[in-house]
Ligand binder design. Structure first.
Ligand SMILES: Cc1cc2nc3c(=O)[nH]c(=O)nc-3n(C[C@H](O)[C@H](O)[C@H](O)COP(=O)(O)OP(=O)(O)OC[C@H]3O[C@@H](n4cnc5c(N)ncnc54)[C@H](O)[C@@H]3O)c2cc1C
Length: 372
């Protein structure tokens, strides 16, 4: 494939969105490397799972659809759905990629990235390495599940490995983790008539803040409320699971401060989150003390490796976590501007993106509390 100005790794919403903007800016020598196909992560979602953030054709009045990744597009308009499923949203991403004629190379897995003297050497599983002056990492999180957070976690079924909740056997199911994925699983399993017990170390379902990264979405709370009336879901807060064991065909779930373990006939569902694709290139970043997020400059560039940018849900500045599409898409303009300037391009073309929520470089406006 040769040499490029920009290589983007990952063709999910983050990679497709930023590539569409760079193309609009006029960057020609660009490639998007995707290990499967465009929108692959969304095709892997359990078939019942839907986007939590609502889509609406607000574009007509100057507000970009919350789940759109680039201007003049709207999943609500295209799919005629407020909460698309994973398969539906993947279709939207593929349409965007085709419409903008993005240079996506599918079935190309990035194994390793080396940096030397202002250039990246991107090693792929099959074929010669690719060279690029700038690298944008958009590999996401979902395909890198956290399956070793608790001793015995390997005995569980991680929620990202479930194709449909209909495939889960048993009538009484334990779920470890009570945030969006865990509660979504509980709702779908209860709808199938199963009894579900959700164990969570805090009890995220009762948290109420105005930051949607901190508490359950209204879509989830509403569905949970509707399902709770059937008394099939039990939410157990302050339950820090410390170990899972398999003894005589029973899964024993040990919780801190509780002498006897919970017993389950089927593998517990593990909904404790993801590790992030950054494991592939972790040495190219400096890390925050807690190791959960990497350190980024004001341009979302690695503080350790110049020319390496991050887009997507792992972007974090102070206490602002850009974990939803409508949040992290606001940083596409920042990254495009930084790269365009260094390539000597006229980046004033990016200015209109500010009005569409695709170019936010002043984060002081974030964190506003709701008054009611
Ligand atoms: C249960 C759940 C529900 C969610 N609901 C919402 C929601 O309603 N609204 C919302 O805004 N966000 C939601 N999110 C957040 C969601 O993760 C992100 O919005 C979105 O998927 C992240 O996009 P991305 O492009 O960064 O990652 P992905 O969609 O995962 O895309 C990454 C792409 O990179 C590819 N890739 C990965 N590693 C490599 C590699 N080494 N080489 C080549 N290619 C690679 C993958 O195949 C994939 O196509 C949800 C997340 C979860 C887990």
């Amino acid at each position: 494939m040769g040499q490029f100005d920009v290589a983007v790794v990952g063709a999910g919403p983050a990679g497709i969105g930023v590539a569409a903007m760079l193309k609009d800016l006029g960057i020609k020598r660009m490639v998007v490397l995707e290990r499967e196909k465009v929108g692959a992560t969304f095709d892997k979602w359990p078939k019942e799972m839907q986007l939590l953030t609502p889509s609406f054709t607000t574009n007509f009045y100057g507000h970009l659809d919350l789940n759109a990744v680039i201007s003049r597009t709207s999943p609500a308009y295209m799919l005629q759905k407020e909460h698309p499923t994973g398969n539906e949203y993947a279709r939207y991403l593929r349409d965007v990629s085709e419409y903008f004629d993005l240079p996506v190379v599918e079935h190309t897995n990035v194994e390793k990235v080396l940096y030397s003297e202002g250039s990246f050497k991107v090693h792929i599983t099959e074929g010669k390495p690719i060279e690029s002056r700038f690298l944008i990492w958009a590999g996401g999180e979902f395909q890198y599940p956290n399956t070793d957070s608790i001793p015995g976690a390997e005995l569980c079924l991680h929620n990202s490995r479930v194709k449909s909740w209909e495939h889960v056997k048993g009538d009484e199911i334990y779920i470890i983790g009570g945030y969006e994925s865990g509660i979504d699983a509980a709702i779908h399993l209860s709808r199938l008539g199963k009894k579900v017990r959700v164990l969570d170390r805090d009890g995220r379902w009762s948290k109420k803040t105005t930051d949607p990264s901190e508490n359950l979405s209204p879509f989830t709370l509403e569905r949970l409320k509707q399902e709770m009336i059937y008394n099939r879901i039990e939410l157990v807060g302050k339950s820090m699971v410390r170990e899972i064991r398999l003894e005589q065909d029973k899964y024993l779930i040990y919780v801190r401060g509780k002498s006897l373990p919970y017993q389950s006939a089927t593998p517990p569902i593990l909904a404790t989150g993801f590790k992030s694709s950054l494991v592939v290139i972790k040495e190219l970043f400096d890390w925050k003390k807690n190791k959960a997020y990497c350190l980024l400059s004001e341009q979302d560039e690695s503080t350790k490796t110049p020319g390496l940018f991050l887009v997507g849900p792992q972007v974090c500045h102070d206490d602002l976590i850009f974990c939803f599409i409508y949040k992290y898409r606001q940083r596409f303009g920042v990254v495009a501007n930084a790269i365009g300037k260094r390539l000597g391009m006229d980046t004033t073309l990016l200015e209109p993106y500010r009005n569409e929520g695709l170019y936010l470089d002043d984060l002081s406006c974030c964190g506003e509390e709701c008054v009611c």
